[in-house]
Ligand binder design. Structure first.
Ligand code: C2E
Ligand code: CA
Ligand code: CA
Ligand code: CA
Length: 276
C-alpha cells in the first residue's frame, strides 16, 4: 500500500498493476508507430441535410498495431494525452488531413472541408503550438478554410488566457472551429458567448433515441435554435437511421454525420463515396 497523505491509502491490486503495465506498453509502442506507418487516418462524410451533399469529412485516427490489431482511439488517445505524445500524433493527423483536403478540393469540390480532432493538451504551454500548421498550409498552398478544428468543452473550461489567443490564431489563419460532443459534460452556454465557434456538434447521445415529441427532440431543437441565433451551424453526430435524418432536417439541423451515410473509411474508399 502506498501512503497518500493522512489516512489515505491506495491499495494496488494485481488488476490495477496489469492495467498500468498495458498502458505503459501501448505508450512505448506508440513511439515506433508513427515512424513505422502504423497509424492511418479514416474519413467519415458530413452531409448537408438540405441537399444531401457530402461537403465535409471528419478525420479519425486508426492504429493498426502489429500484435494487437486495430486499437481504438478511445483507448490510445487518452494515453497519448498523458504522455504528451498527442502533440506529435496531432501534428501528423493535421498534415494527413491537409493533404487530403488539397486532393478532395481538386477532385470533388473547391470548398470541401476536413475537420480534425484536437485534445486540450495541444493547447498547452505556449501560444506557438499551431505555428507549424500555418506553415504547412502555406507550403501546400492550401486555404485555412479547408480545415475545421474540433475542440471539446473541457478545453474551454480551462481558464488560461492562451486558449482564447490560440483559437483566435487558428481563426486568423482562416480555419473554423467546431465544438465537439455538445450537450455532454458541463455545457456551459457562456462558452458560446466568450469564444467564436462556427459549428456545434450535437452529441450522438441526443440523436440515438430521437423520436417525434421526445425529450431528445425538444433538446435538439432548442440547441439548433440557440446556435442559429448565435450564427452557429449545427452538425448532428451518430445519425444511424432515415427517421433520425428526417427529424433532424425537419427541425433545421444543418449537417448530419453517422453510419446512416457511412462509417469512417480509408481515403480511397472515401473517394468512391464522393463520386457515387
Ligand atoms: P468523436 O470525435 O466524438 O468521433 C466520433 C466517433 O463516433 C468516432 O469514433 C466515429 O467512428 C463514431 N461514429 C460515427 N458515426 C457513428 C454512428 O452513427 N454510430 C455510432 N455508434 N458511432 C459513430 P472513433 O473513430 O472510434 O473515435 C473515438 C474518439 O477518439 C473520437 O470521438 C475522438 O474523441 C477521438 N479521436 C479520434 N481520432 C482522433 C484524433 O486524430 N485526435 C484526437 N485528439 N482524438 C481523436
Ligand atoms: Ca470529433
Ligand atoms: Ca463527437
Ligand atoms: Ca469525443
Amino acid at each position: 500500500a502506498k501512503r497518500q497523505g493522512r489516512n489515505r491509502f491506495h491499495y494496488y491490486t494485481p488488476a490495477m498493476h496489469e492495467a498500468a503495465t498495458a498502458r505503459m506498453r501501448l505508450s512505448n509502442d506508440m513511439h515506433v508507430a508513427l515512424a513505422d506507418n502504423q497509424f492511418k487516418v479514416y474519413y467519415q462524410p458530413i452531409v448537408e441535410l438540405a441537399t444531401g451533399r457530402v461537403c465535409k469529412a471528419e478525420a479519425l485516427i486508426r492504429w493498426q498495431h502489429p500484435r494487437l490489431g486495430l486499437v481504438s482511439p478511445a483507448e490510445f488517445i487518452p494515453i497519448a494525452e498523458d504522455t504528451g505524445q498527442i502533440i506529435q500524433i496531432g501534428d501528423w493527423v493535421f498534415r494527413q488531413a491537409a493533404e487530403q483536403a488539397v486532393h478532395f478540393r481538386a477532385t470533388h469540390h473547391p470548398e470541401f472541408q476536413i475537420s480534425v480532432n484536437t485534445s486540450p493538451v495541444q493547447f498547452k504551454a505556449d501560444t506557438e503550438n499551431h505555428t507549424p500548421w500555418f506553415a504547412y498550409l502555406k507550403e501546400l498552398g492550401l486555404s485555412g478554410q479547408s480545415i475545421v478544428v474540433e475542440i471539446t468543452e473541457s478545453l474551454l473550461m480551462e481558464t488560461r488566457d492562451e486558449i482564447g489567443a490560440q483559437l483566435l490564431a487558428l481563426r486568423d489563419n482562416g480555419m473554423q472551429v467546431a465544438l465537439d460532443d455538445f450537450g455532454t459534460g458541463y455545457s456551459s452556454l457562456s462558452y458560446l458567448k466568450k469564444f467564436d465557434i462556427d459549428y456545434l456538434k450535437i452529441d450522438q447521445s441526443f440523436v440515438r433515441n430521437l423520436m417525434p415529441s421526445s425529450n431528445d427532440m425538444v433538446l435538439c431543437e432548442a440547441m439548433i435554435v440557440m446556435a442559429h441565433k448565435l450564427g452557429i451551424k449545427v452538425i448532428a453526430e451518430g445519425v444511424e437511421t432515415e427517421s433520425q435524418r428526417k427529424l433532424l432536417k425537419q427541425i433545421g439541423c444543418d449537417y448530419g454525420q453517422g453510419y446512416f451515410w457511412s462509417k469512417p473509411v480509408a481515403a480511397e474508399e472515401f473517394e468512391k463515396l464522393l463520386t457515387r
